[in-house]
Design a protein around this ligand. Sequence first.
Ligand SMILES: *Cc1c(COP(=O)(O)O)cnc(C)c1O
Length: 341
Amino acid sequence: MEKKNIDWSNLGFTYMKTDYRYVSNYKDGAWDEGAMITDDTVAINECAGVLQYAQTVFEGLKAYTTEDGRIVTFRPDLNGERMENSARRLEMPVFSKERFIKAVIETVKANAAYVPPYGSGATLYIRPYMFGSNPVIGVKPADEYQFRVFTTPVGPYFKGGVKPLTIRVSDFDRAAPNGTGHIKAGLNYAMSLHAIVDAHSQGFDENMYLDPGTRTKVEETGGANFLFVTKDNTVVTPKSSSILPSITRRSLIYVAEHYLGLKVEEREVLLEEVKDFAECGLCGTAAVISPVGKIVDHGKEIVLPAGMEQMGPVTQKLYDTLTGIQMGRLEAPEGWIQVIE
Ligand SMILES: *Cc1c(COP(=O)(O)O)cnc(C)c1O
């Protein structure tokens, strides 16, 4: 298969149309068999549930080329499982994890010419999503849905080197204690847009959201979970029912324990104790880990000892080990690497 003529290492995180996408429709209580199509547009009624009441959930994962030239994805079963849970919470029909994995594999295979080569740092981003497609005007779940998967090649996250982030403690909240923070729903992102635009306009890269109930505990940012490292090298990650369960964070915790022999704690993290940590990072599919150099709490600056020039030593080890596993340079735990071709 011949690769497309793309300047892989200069791609950003933007949408580029690829050749094929997967579509399956839900009607009369059942999903159809699904198909690969070439049309990149969606035609739905003006009153579709997704347009009126934001009934939509999504996932994000990557396909990439390993050192030995295979095209693979990383733990798509967990994305499938998470999408099942997201759908249930928004009263949408479940598109099974098994079919989800098949749809992801088929879509990547069809767009193999867009999977960046090993060493470019670029990847093929995969976006599965689902939305209510029939007219809904009284507030209730839609009766018909569409599940789609498209792909788009994206560039290396740390183009021009790693730059630790400066984040602020946000006065806006991301997720209510018994709300929808733990599912991957578009609505969580819509309501975060004002906070992130405001943060950027004030010179911050991201928002650190606190628990809205007490505003004393660290939750996460708009799209990534926190990992902290204590001065004696214990990896600490916040525990809360309103945090989105990041697959990257869960994988990094496993790597910390089983590959690096580090102690791991998943527990409530007080804003008050953040100043005592040695390292801080944000975990998600896009970057694996982005180091945080500085946290600003209403004018009070916390500069992490790892500083503003590089990743802290433990963060770096976690990053190197997980990306080593993903790229096939290190042996992966059973079931983590899904080979596509
Ligand atoms: C997607 C997402 C993450 C990261 O999850 P990964 O599975 O690691 O990509 C973290 N926080 C939020 C709010 C998210 O939507």
